[in-house]
Design a protein around this ligand. Structure first.
Ligand code: FE2
Ligand code: FE2
Length: 494
């Protein structure tokens, strides 16, 4: 079965035609009501008994059998709340006098968990359902999002055939930013956990990775500038973790710009996420060596693509990891002229995804301060350096798309203004005529004092003479001014 995207499209409806005739619809309503009643009973039992309890076992089995039967003819069983109604696979369910309290109870349970939909997928096992019910039933009042906690517990319990969808949240800018920042940090935590699980010889939770990539894709669609802002975060955790998340975000945005479809972009994101998995085998003394590597050390370092591909082959055998992730791990240091490493001999052998990751990998690396890298490039400098190597280091078409995506003054650039103030590029101007007039967050005043300044639009004109109030004079290197660009974006997510 192909996996369905999480947002808004879980449980599109019954396989084949929805119930149409009166008799069909009545039978469907009966089956749906039965499922709901069984779900309600087992949830109530799960609130007071553990899964060893006889009543839990008996009622759990009844729900499981009913779901199994339903899934024989349906793609999934998705309960969804929409406009105060309860739907099963898109069909609005009718309550009766007898079932009304049950409807009310279930809908309330959904709301308390910030849940819009709950989908049972084919392949669900009895054990999985038994693990799910106690997690779902126990609701503790604590700080933070109930939905996020529930999702984390479901992931931890390795439940993959029951999928939750979060209730619609108003997309105000601060909500959006908060959620984007949350997804960023969740990605770091997930990658760290994946690395640790891998080192303990436990499987990586690929389903959770895929969900994360779907969520990243949605954030790129809804809030691309802020995502770019977040990729200025360089020192949150170990370099490889931070770097891999940034590469994943930038590759996702670039894949979208290149016109890949959603499914391909999610695969690309996964491939980018794990591109440096092989570095787990590289000794830290080599990874973090402040000086130039000697020949022996370089040889070990250059094994990371192969080691990564090897690990992903093993993972791919057991889980649904995109095949192209293996290509990307293997090929992301191969240059367009086929130099680089490992040695390849035919251009056509290098996967498109690898060429995309090659571009964003380089960009993130040279804009990050490292013990061995004395020369940190600003974002704009990195792009112009990369353009000099178009056709030799990078695929020209992909590089051009990336340069266009980032703009002449990429989001997160520090700039000096004609007013004497200094600011950070926060959002690009959609009008190409004004591409050098983005929205800026002021970070110093005219006297050079650091300020928590306002957002200013550089297209703003003087009311008298019609001249622009502020114009960018020159780009600056944030390292020279002790300015942490990411902090200013994070402040927008409070
Ligand atoms: Fe690498
Ligand atoms: Fe990398």
């Amino acid at each position: 079965m192909t996996e369905k995207p999480l947002d808004g499209t879980v449980g599109q409806g019954p396989k084949g035609r929805p119930p149409s005739g009166d008799a069909d619809l009545k039978a469907y309503q009966r089956t749906a009501s039965d499922l709901l009643i069984h779900f309600h009973i087992i949830e109530k039992i799960a609130k007071i008994h553990d899964p060893k309890n006889d009543a839990f076992q008996e009622q759990g089995r009844i729900l499981f059998d009913a779901l199994k039967k339903f899934l024989e003819s349906e793609d999934d069983a998705t309960f969804r709340i929409r406009h105060s109604s309860l739907l099963l696979n898109g069909v609005r369910l009718k309550s009766s006098l007898a079932t009304y309290p049950i409807f009310k109870f279930v809908m309330n349970e959904f709301r308390l968990r910030e849940l819009e939909a709950l989908a049972f997928k084919p392949g669900l096992t009895l054990e999985e359902l038994f693990r799910f019910m106690p997690v779902f039933a126990h609701r503790e009042k604590r700080e933070g999002s109930m939905f996020d906690r529930l999702q984390a517990e479901i992931d931890a319990a390795d439940i993959t055939h029951i999928v939750l969808e979060k209730a619609f949240e108003q997309k105000t800018p601060s909500n959006l930013n908060r959620n984007t920042a949350r997804v960023y940090f969740l990605s770091i935590v997930h990658l760290k956990d994946s690395f640790q699980r891998h080192q303990r010889n436990e499987g990586i939770k690929i389903q959770s990775t895929r969900r994360l990539m779907q969520s990243i894709y949605n954030h790129i669609v809804d809030n691309e500038s802020f995502v770019f802002g977040m990729t200025n975060l360089k020192n949150y955790d170990e370099y490889t973790l931070n770097h891999s998340v940034n590469v994943c975000l930038l590759a996702t945005a670039l894949g979208r710009r290149l016109g890949l479809n959603r499914g391909e972009i999610v695969d690309l994101g996964m491939a980018a996420f794990f591109h440096d998995l092989g570095k787990l085998e590289t000794p830290l003394a080599i990874l973090n060596k402040p000086a130039k590597l000697d020949d022996g050390e370089r040889e070990i370092m250059e094994q990371h693509p192969f080691k990564g591909a090897e690990k992903l082959v093993l993972l791919q055998e057991s889980q649904r990891l995109p095949l192209r992730a293996i290509h990307v791990a293997m090929e992301h240091h191969i240059k367009e002229d086929l130099s680089g490493y490992p040695r390849y001999f035919h251009k056509d052998d290098v996967n498109l995804f690898s060429k995309i990751v090659k571009v964003v990998d380089f960009f993130d690396a040279v804009t990050t301060k490292r013990v061995y890298r004395t020369n940190v490039f600003t974002r704009a400098e990195a792009l112009s350096l990369m353009l000099e190597q178009s056709g030799t280091e990078f695929n020209p078409v992909i590089l051009k798309a990336f340069v266009n995506l980032m703009g002449a003054l990429p989001i997160g650039s520090l700039v000096a203004l004609s007013s004497g103030e200094i600011g950070i590029v926060f959002d690009l101007n959609a009008d190409p005529k004004f591409q050098l007039r983005p929205t800026i967050r002021l970070v110093t005043d005219k006297a050079g004092n650091k300020i928590d300044g306002e957002l200013v639009d550089l297209t703003e004109r003087d009311p008298d003479g019609g001249r622009f109030v502020r114009t960018i004079v020159s780009p600056l290197n944030p390292h020279d001014y002790g300015i942490e660009i990411a902090d200013y974006f994070l402040a927008q997510a409070q």
